[in-house]
Write a protein that binds this ligand. Structure first.
Ligand code: PFF
Length: 454
């Protein structure tokens, strides 16, 4: 079977246009609202630097090994997140984990598109100069925007329409082309902002909160949250790497790409923290205030800055771009599944899938306003979607994934896939030990601990 063909049909499978196509698109998926919006507020809620250290440990010891295995599953299977498992291990039930991945993407995009819609709206506000009037109270204007029964849904729908239009164009002309333009833009913007924020007065307290650990604050809830954040931020155990890996060329290195994605993702998260926490302390904002942290802190920084309007425009463009490239990947996983399962064309599968997700996502959007009274396990609908996806399904799916890779397909199978076309797999033995023992045992302990059995 040629690498350009799907395993289960005779139609040539789409492929990235260049060796870097996968790297850029996967980094585009990993770097997103998880780094700029979610990371700072979970660090804030988790008490600061000790949480950051846990998160970094999980990224290296759990996220990276899983990511390398997941990309390999996709490239070997050359099918969607579910069918790739079937091709590697026919006549078994392991593919159910791939299906769980599709559900995770569906759920994440439902609430992610809400926040991405907010970012889009703020970008337009910044562009038209309406964001930072000097007398503006950002807290009340943001909370009246997100609690409105109509506007957040309008922006969410606009955002989803853009995402659908890009995914509809396909792997090379849609996803890859836009990541090629958007990802480098994102890094330039980030560097400008970092420079700006580190020159803020009184930055020290915020930097200490972010970088100086206080381990007494750690409890099982915080450990689970740090694990969930590591998964969410890397987009690992969601089937994204399987799907994007299935379009990956054999000559492009899986191990090197994995390292590169982790580096970029961590770098952006740390930079976001270094931008946000000095300002949080400078302006006396509560770091543990939750999901609106970034949307209140950043406009406050820009208002007090020279050329603030211009930087606000840059920044929200940056957030919007980061969200867009991740939302593209979230939709692509579900679309690839729907398209191959129901034998539909991309042009039909993308709008239908996008519409269903937007509909469900509407309930998440309304949970900041008209539906805010609905609470399940003390969480709003939005909070519940986030919690179930990031802190229940992702670790669970990661656990199954590590067992599948380490004990069923076995490290040697992954090694053969990675070493195709003369590529190398440095630290294979370390990886193999991590994926077989460390990853499953650590995830299992954290999950059991968080249920309260220990
Ligand atoms: N990693 C993305 C972020 O940090 O914003 C979110 C995400 C994208 C999670 C794709 C999962 C996924 F499959």
């Amino acid at each position: 079977m040629s690498s350009k063909e799907t395993s289960n049909t005779s139609v040539p499978r789409e492929q990235w246009g260049s060796r870097f196509g996968f790297l850029l698109a996967a980094a585009g998926s990993a770097v997103g609202l998880g780094n700029i919006w979610r990371f700072p507020f979970v660090v804030g809620e988790g008490g600061g630097a000790a949480f950051v250290l846990l998160y970094l440990g999980f990224v290296l010891l759990i996220g990276l090994p899983l990511m390398i295995g997941e990309i390999s599953i996709g490239r070997r299977g050359r099918a969607n997140a579910m069918d790739s498992y079937k091709i590697i291990q026919p006549n078994s039930k392991w593919y159910i984990n791939g299906f769980i991945g599709v559900i995770i993407n569906f759920m994440i995009l439902a609430f992610y598109s809400v926040v991405a819609g907010w970012a889009f709206y703020y970008f337009i506000l910044a562009l038209t100069g309406q964001l930072i009037a000097s007398d503006k109270d950002f807290e009340s204007s943001f909370s009246s925007f997100i609690s409105d029964p109509i506007m957040p849904i309008v922006w969410q729908t606009i955002l989803m329409t853009v995402v659908v239009l890009i995914v509809l164009r396909g792997v090379k002309k849609g996803i890859e082309k836009w990541n090629n333009i958007l990802m480098p833009t994102l890094f330039v913007l980030l560097l400008i902002l970092l420079f700006k924020s580190l020159t803020l007065e009184n930055a020290r307290e915020g930097i200490l909160f972010f970088l100086k650990p206080n381990f007494s604050a750690i409890n099982s809830g915080i450990i689970l949250a740090a694990l969930g954040q590591a998964f969410f931020s890397l987009s690992v155990a969601t089937g994204m790497y399987v799907t994007y890996g299935s379009y990956k060329r054999n000559e492009s290195s899986i191990a090197r790409n994995g390292g590169g994605i982790v580096l970029l993702d961590v770098l952006v998260a740390i930079m976001a923290g270094l931008i946000i926490f000095p300002a949080v302390f400078h302006f006396g904002i509560d770091p543990g205030r939750g999901p609106d942290l970034a949307f209140i802190t950043f406009p406050t920084i820009f208002r007090d800055m020279q050329f603030g309007i211009m930087f606000a425009g840059f920044f929200f463009f940056f957030v919007f771009v980061a969200a867009l490239t991740s939302a593209i990947s979230l939709l692509e996983v579900v679309v690839a599944f729907v398209k191959e399962k129901f034998k539909l064309s991309r042009k039909v599968a993308a709008p239908i899938t996008g519409a269903v997700i937007t509909l469900v996502g509407g309930f998440c959007a309304l949970s900041f306003g008209p539906l805010s009274h609905i609470k399940v396990f003390d969480r709003t609908i939005f909070g519940l979607f986030d919690f179930i996806a990031a802190e229940v399904l992702l670790p669970f799916s990661g656990l199954i994934l590590s067992i599948f890779i380490g004990w069923i397909w076995k490290p040697i199978g992954v090694k053969q896939e990675i070493e195709k076309e003369g590529n190398s797999f440095p630290l294979f033995k370390v990886w193999s030990f991590l994926i077989r023992f460390v990853v499953p045992i650590v995830i299992l302990i954290i999950l059991i601990d968080s249920i309260g059995i220990i």
